[in-house]
Ligand binder design. Sequence first.
Ligand code: IPE
Ligand code: IPE
Ligand code: MG
Length: 253
Amino acid sequence: MSVTQSLITLPPDLEPSKIPRHVAVIMDGNGRWAKKRGLPRILGHQRGVDTLKDLLRCCDDWGLEVLTAYAFSTENWGRPRPEVEFLMTLFERVLKHELKEMMEKNVRIRFVGDLTILPDSLQKEIAHAMDETSQNEGIQFNVATNYGSRQEILHACRAIALQVQQGKIEVGDINESLFESHLYTGGVINPDLLIRTSGEMRLSNFLLWQMAYGEMYVTHTLWPDFNRQEFHQALLNYQKRDRRFGKVNDSDN
Ligand code: IPE
Ligand code: IPE
Ligand code: MG
């Protein structure tokens, strides 16, 4: 979508020059949403997919560059087996179903996390979707699947240690940008804003390195109920923030 088109759909009270380039979301509260309605947890996950699809469209409409969604953590394997199996099947089904629209909308999808232990059929679908959309130049959509920040950091440490061991680089060559390039998110700008639904005030092993200076917004709304109006509120709140990055403002001098 062109810049002019985005500006047409952007709510007038949002300042176009202060739209975050990268928003990350911890899509939490699917289980509680279902429980409140006396439904099985998996129906909450099912409904959560619609919320994510609409958020991706909205981010595209409003001119964001990157959306990163936390879909499954390294700790989520500890859930009851039927729930885990449902989620794996759901990811595969959604990916198959949504590829056409992602191509039409010029979305570039990327999965971040350790994908090697996901079911084979899901790995194939992921590889296919990443490959098909790799040349798209619209919004980048990162899906964190079997993602854990601690594991990601260790993975980067091992890769760098191996390069030192093989004499390809020196210890003194290790700096922030080299380290960052070895994270699953390598090459992606850090999130400007992280939104977590369902009220929990924690990162739950999500983007620990990348969120060093990212802004956080927590809403009590459960993920399946999150919508454009809520996203609009989050962006309005974000636009009022004073991002100092450890410095002082000229006006405070
Ligand atoms: C988030 O919703 C989705 C995943 C972790 C896959 P939850 O399933 O954690 O929902 P709650 O937190 O139990 O309500
Ligand atoms: C974080 O939510 C993981 C995802 C949204 C995929 P959790 O529900 O797993 O996190 P905790 O257990 O509340 O910390
Ligand atoms: Mg949860």
